[in-house]
Design a protein around this ligand. Sequence first.
Ligand SMILES: [Zn+2]
Ligand SMILES: [Zn+2]
Length: 325
Amino acid sequence: MVKYTKKITPDRNSIMGPKKKAARKRKPEVEEKGSEVEEEIGGEEPEEKGRKRKDKKRGENKYIGAHVSISGGIWKAVGDCLAMGGRSFALFLGSQRSWQRPPLNSTAAEKFRKACGENGFDPVHILPHGSYLMNCGSPKQDVFEKSQALLVDELSRCSALGLCLFNLHPGASLGSITTEQCQEKIAQSINHALQQTPAVVTVLENMCGQGSTVGGQFSELRGIIDKVRDQSRVGVCLDTCHAFAAGYDLSAKGGVKSVLDEFDQVVGLSYLRAVHLNDSKGKLGCHLDRHEDIGHGQIGIPAFRDIVNEPRLDNIPLILETPGR
Ligand SMILES: [Zn+2]
Ligand SMILES: [Zn+2]
């Protein structure tokens, strides 16, 4: 992870903006690294001054970061992100193994909010990832109920942490209900959770179409969104590995543009709240969720170059979930 963040993540200093004092102090160092970013990913030759300036300006709207650990305290995630030069980050809000979690410590929440504020992280660039235990579309009543309760708990934690987005895997039908029925249950869980918690937006992640998971096709995400009552509080996170594994060919020439066009037609770009930047170990349409480091998989560097140069992906978190070597 570090390897790639070094290469493709704009240095934190270059993106802090005018209100961050710490950033301004270290400005010269930033500019150097900013150019390095353009060379690595954009492949631009920084010969002309005008060109260089234009490229840098374009990069200002890209919020690249990574999924960071919360071990040792949730507020430490902010420091981890800064250490790798990230401008956005993802994190878990608790254990991935347990349905019952100890309540969020108010001091820890306060420290987290303070760290975000002091370092200029806008909540729209922080994307908590939901527990893998959740299946909000489960046909099993006990799992469905536990998932509903966990979703409410996760959204409450977001509120306490001052966050406004929450990323979840939609769910799976387990083959015993139809996709439509599964979508209905997922929307029902979201509607229930939105009623219990103020303001947080639930962000559905596209899946790779493995097994009975719902959300591999954009139309399946649209099907869930259609059933959510408050559509201002539902969005989508586009995972590049999942999309590719589901059959959306990001690796083709112009693939990024055409996949985004299709997303816009089927779901609507206004729902796109984040991207997970992952290369794919598996081939196009393999339906396998196997993340690979950027440029080491089947999607390849040209697609990621197009992604970081795509204006429709401005101002949203672009999160690396790659294994890192
Ligand atoms: Zn995910
Ligand atoms: Zn993902």
